[in-house]
Every structure is written in C-alpha cells, then in structure tokens.
Design a protein around this ligand. Structure first.
Ligand code: KG4
Ligand code: ZN
Length: 336
C-alpha cells in the first residue's frame, strides 16, 4: 500500500506546532515553537498574545516541518489541524492556515479534536494496544476518565467539577512564586521537599465515582501556605511535594479503580500532566501490582505537539472522514 504522509498543525494554546507523520506512526518531523518565555512575564497564557504569536510563527514552523522531513509541499497527502478545544483565537490561526494550505495544494483537510490527539500520542509509539482500556486525560484545561471500547469509541465516565489538574498546578505554582508553567516547576521544587509536613486533602477519594475536584485543594494549599508564612516555617519545597502528592494520588487511585470497575487490563495516560514523574511512577507501581498494562507517551509527546494531530488524522484519512473548507474552531468541544 502507498505511504500516507500527513501534515499536522497545532495551535490551541501557547505552542505553534507542525509535524509530518507517515502512516499514522512514523514521525518524520516534529516542530514545536513554544511561547512559554513570552507568557512567563504575565504568569500565564494571555490569549490575544498567543494568537498574535501564532500568526507570526506558523508559516516558519510549517516550513521547518517540511525541511526537517526532507519533503516538499506536494509530497503530503492531507493537511490535519486541531480545531477544538482550546483558545478560540489561537485555534483559528491554525485552522485558517491549514485551510489555505490544503486549498492551495488541492489536498484534503482533516479536523482533529486536540484531546483525542493527546490520547492518540500513545498509539504513535505503541502499535498493539489492546482494548477495552481506561484513559486518563490530564491537561491544562481537562481532567477526564474515559472508557475506550476501541480505537475510536470513547465514553466519558468522569471529569473534574471545577479546575483541571494542570490548571491547579499552574495556579498553585503562580501563588507560590514558582512561575509558569506550574506543573514542571512544582515537580522540580517537590524533589527537594517532603510530603506530610503540610497536610492536604485527597479530594473526592472517599466518593465512589470518577469525578474530580481540584479547586478546593488549591484553596487549602493557599490557606496552609499563608498560615505557615505567618508562623515563619513556610517551605516552598514541602508545599510543592505535598500538593503534587495530594493531586497525583487522587488521579492514580481513581484511574486504577476505574480499571477494576470496568474490568479492563489496559491503562492509558494523556496530556501535559501525564508528563509528571510522580504520576508516572505511582501509576507504574500500582498497575504493575495489579498486572495492568500501562501506557503513557514520551515526555515530548505528552505536552502539546502536532505529531499527535497528524497521527490521529491518519485514522480519519483512511476512513475518508474529511473536513469541509467551512471548518470552524470551537473552544470547548468534546466531539469524540
Ligand atoms: O496538554 P498540555 O500541554 O496543554 C493543554 O492541552 O492544556 O498541558 C499543559 C499543562 C499545564 O497546566 C502544565 O503545567 C502541565 O500540563 N504540565 C505538568 C507537567 N508538565 C506539564 N504538570 C505536572 N507535571 C509536569 N511535569
Ligand atoms: Zn493539550
């Protein structure tokens, strides 16, 4: 069968990314232009700044993806773009560029849900993932548990009632003066701290469902922090360690419970927070103890990238699920 080469474009938040993936598996190029240093000065992503940076960067990023892959424009078979969910102004840059590119080259356009792309990052690296599976999606905007009957059949079984896990990491890091993005900053600080010195709740662990809540945990952390500052015994390292542990333990425990309740043997993790080392280790230990097969993407494929978009799009390409040139961007769509 002829090789299928897909250009993927990703611009849902603060990374402008383009990648060319062959046959849904071989990453020929994976270019990521991060705006982190720009948003750092504001303590978080400023949507309008993100859109403007995307518009400046996107042509160069796409060109580099072709250059790195050693291909010319006409070599690709389709153009894929993440069109939901995310910051709508940011998404529109990628969507508009992808449409123009596809139109100019007379190639089909493919629309990919960004969260589905995160999940698909697992399939880029592992060929024979067996189903059914439970998937934990943990990013800056989402915290969801999904039951996957097969590659394209996903059912939401629980999600956060308020803040996403990544959002809680980011907000607490900002409060502690650790900077943006908060997840890696808290992970780093936690390495020098000890859990248990501050005592934070494991929210919703007493509930027999797959819902999460991280807003209360964030407030509890802030209150304890202020108290310790007043008492003169504050330690940013210990707070980072306890906060990370409290959050990660709930994620890991609920994911394992879901596997047991749904009687699955495969677990997947996806999204930026799946890069967290403590979460990866805890999930590794617990799934090993129960004989469950655990998958998570390589670190550079956990956080936002376009290889996951181009890879996921392969499935749509072979199924003829093309997008029209009227394609729009949507901030909160969970169309799986
Ligand atoms: O998936 P992602 O790159 O973008 C979204 O789709 O939101 O996720 C970004 C989130 C941020 O909140 C960031 O703080 C978090 O992932 N993150 C981490 C780590 N690396 C990134 N959280 C915890 N530990 C990490 N090592
Ligand atoms: Zn993402």
């Amino acid at each position: 069968m002829k090789d299928v080469l897909i250009l993927g474009i990703e611009s849902s938040c603060d990374e402008t990314a383009a990648s060319i993936v062959k046959n849904g598996r071989d990453i020929l190029s994976n270019v990521i232009n991060s705006q982190i240093s720009i948003h750092q000065q504001f303590g978080g992503v400023v949507p309008e700044v993100a859109s403007r940076k995307h518009i400046e960067n996107i042509a160069g990023v796409v060109d580099k993806a072709f250059k790195d892959a050693g291909l010319s424009y006409s070599d690709i078979d389709a153009v894929a773009v993440a069109n939901a969910p995310g910051l709508v102004g940011a998404l529109l840059v990628g969507v508009s560029f992808a449409k123009g590119f596809a139109y100019a080259l007379n190639k089909p356009l493919l629309a990919v849900n960004h969260l589905h792309g995160h999940i698909y990052a697992n399939f880029l690296e592992h060929e024979n993932i067996s189903f059914p599976a439970i998937c934990l999606v943990v990013s800056g905007g989402h915290t969801s548990l999904l039951y996957m009957a097969s590659r394209g059949h996903l059912k939401l079984i629980g999600e956060t009632r308020d803040d996403a896990a990544g959002e809680a990491f980011d907000k607490v890091a900002r409060f502690l003066g650790l900077g943006y993005p908060g997840g890696p900053a808290i992970q780093k600080a936690a390495q020098q701290g000890e859990t248990g010195r501050y005592k934070l709740p494991r929210v919703f662990l007493d509930r027999n469902d797959f819902e999460f809540s991280f807003s209360g945990l964030k407030t509890a952390a802030m209150n304890l922090w202020r108290k310790s500052e007043r008492q003169g015994n504050a330690s940013v390292y210990d707070m980072a360690a306890e906060f990370q542990e409290a959050l990660v333990e709930v994620l890991a425990e609920k994911t394992i419970r879901a596997a047991q309740e749904y009687q699955v043997h495969t677990l997947l993790m996806a999204g930026g927070v799946a890069a967290n080392q403590r979460l990866r280790n805890m999930m590794k230990e617990r799934s090993k103890a129960l004989g469950l097969q655990l998958y998570y993407p390589a670190l550079n494929l956990c956080t936002d990238n376009a290889a996951m978009i181009a890879g996921d799009a392969h499935y749509y390409y072979i199924n003829g699920r093309f997008a029209p040139l009227t394609l729009n961007a949507y901030p909160g769509l969970w169309s799986l």
